[in-house]
Design a protein around this ligand. Structure first.
Ligand code: F6P
Length: 341
C-alpha cells in the first residue's frame, strides 16, 4: 500500500517518534511505501508531498517538532478542499492517510473517512485534552519543562520575597497546570475548569508570605476569575475557530501587587513547553502509537484512532476522541487544594 502521513495543528514533542515508528514497521514488516505531506492538511490540499523512507526517518527519535512541518489548515475552509485532497491522493497513488493531530486534525480525519477517504488517526497534543486516550504524547514533556521552570522560580522568588505567577498552556483544559503545579509544589493552581475567586487567591498568597516563604502560583492560560471573562491575546480566530489565549498571568500578578503590596511578577512559559526533545515517556508512547497505527492501516481498519487505555494501546473510532474535551475532573483538582496557601 502507498500511505500518506501528516502532522497537523500545534506541534509537540514526539511527533517524529510516531513518524519513525510508522515508517520503520511499515516498510520493514509490511513492505508499504510512504509519502510525507508537508504542513498538516495543507500538504494534501496543495499536493505538497515527498517520499518518506527509512533513510528520511533515521536519527529523528529524540528530535522535537516534526520533520513534516505543521499548520492549522482546515480543508473544509479551503475552496474545493476535499476534492483537491482526492486529486492529490489519486495523482500520487496514495491509498490512505495516517493523520497525527489533536481535536481539529482528527475532526477533519473523521469527516474525510465519512466521505470515503481512508484515514487512521493518532492523537497528539501537549494539552492532554482528547477523549478516549488516557494520555497524549507531548504532555509529559510539556509538564517536565514547566516543572523545571517552577523549581527554578522558587529560588528566585524567595531571594526577592516576591510572588511569581507562572502561566502555562493547555487551552481550555487544566492538565498541564494541575500536573506541573502539583509536581512543582505550587501554592496556588488555577485551571479553566473552575473559575477562581480572587479573594481566595489573595488569602493563599498572604498566608504563604506569612510563613516567610514566597508564593508560586501556576495558572492555566484558560483560567478565568469568577467575575470575569477569559483573557485573550487577540480576538482573532484560527481556521478552526479557536481564539488565542494568554495574559491571565500578568493580570493576576498585577492584582496580587495591588491587593497585598508585595512585588509580583508573571512568567509566561509559552511555546517553550512545546519545543525540544521528548521525554522517554513521550518517546515510548509516541513509538507505540506509531507501531499500532501502521498495524491498523495494514488491516484497513479505517476511521480508527490509536489510544492509550491503562498500559494498553487500543483502537477506538476517531469521533470518540473529539466528541468532548477531556477536562480535569473537579475531584482531581480538589486533591491539589490541600497544598494551597
Ligand atoms: O493546543 C496546543 C497549544 O499549545 C495550546 O496549549 C495553546 O493554547 C495553543 O496551542 C497555542 O497555539 P499557537 O501555537 O497557534 O500559538
Amino acid at each position: 500500500m502507498h500511505i500518506g502521513v501528516l502532522t497537523g495543528g500545534g506541534d509537540c514533542p514526539g511527533l517524529n517518534a510516531v513518524i519513525r515508528a510508522i515508517v520503520r514497521k511499515g516498510v520493514s514488516v509490511y513492505g508499504h511505501e510512504f509519502s510525507g505531506f508537508r504542513d498538516g492538511w495543507r500538504g494534501p490540499v496543495e499536493g505538497d508531498a515527498r517520499p518518506l523512507g527509512i533513510a528520511q526517518v533515521r536519527g529523528i527519535l529524540p528530535r522535537g517538532g516534526t520533520i513534516l512541518g505543521s499548520s492549522r489548515t482546515n480543508p473544509y475552509k479551503v475552496e474545493n478542499g476535499v476534492d483537491r485532497i482526492r486529486e492529490t491522493l489519486s495523482g500520487l497513488g496514495v491509498e490512505a492517510l495516517i493523520a497525527i493531530g489533536g481535536e481539529d486534525t482528527l475532526g477533519v480525519a473523521k469527516k474525510l473517512t465519512d466521505e470515503g477517504i481512508p484515514v487512521i488517526g493518532v492523537p497528539k497534543t501537549i494539552d492532554n485534552d482528547l477523549g478516549a486516550t488516557d494520555y497524549t504524547f507531548g504532555f509529559d514533556t510539556a509538564v517536565t519543562v514547566a516543572v523545571e521552570a517552577i523549581d527554578r522560580l522558587h529560588t528566585t522568588a524567595e531571594s526577592h520575597h516576591r510572588a511569581l505567577v507562572v502561566e502555562v498552556m493547555g487551552r481550555h483544559a487544566g492538565w498541564i497546570a494541575l500536573h506541573s503545579g502539583l509536581a512543582g509544589g505550587a501554592n496556588v493552581i488555577l485551571v479553566p475548569e473552575l473559575p477562581f475567586d480572587l479573594d481566595d487567591v489573595i488569602k493563599h498568597v498572604e498566608s504563604r508570605f506569612a510563613t516567610q516563604y514566597a508564593p508560586i502560583l501556576v495558572v492555566a492560560e484558560g483560567a478565568t476569575p469568577r467575575q470575569g471573562a477569559e483573557v485573550l491575546k487577540s480576538g482573532e480566530l484560527d481556521a478552526f475557530g479557536h481564539v488565542r489565549l494568554g495574559g491571565i498571568g500578568q493580570w493576576l500578578a498585577e492584582r496580587i501587587e495591588e491587593r497585598t503590596g508585595k512585588e509580583s511578577r508573571a512568567v509566561v512559559l509559552g511555546h517553550v513547553q512545546r519545543g525540544g526533545s521528548p521525554t522517554p515517556f513521550d518517546r515510548v508512547l509516541a513509538t507505540r502509537f506509531g507501531l499500532h497505527a501502521i498495524d491498523a492501516a495494514h488491516e484497513r481498519d479505517w476511521g480508527k484512532m490509536v489510544a492509550l487505555q491503562g498500559t494498553d494501546i487500543v483502537r477506538v473510532p476517531i469521533e470518540e476522541a473529539t466528541r468532548e474535551l477531556k477536562t480535569v475532573p473537579l475531584s482531581r483538582y480538589a486533591e491539589a487544594e490541600v497544598f494551597f496557601g
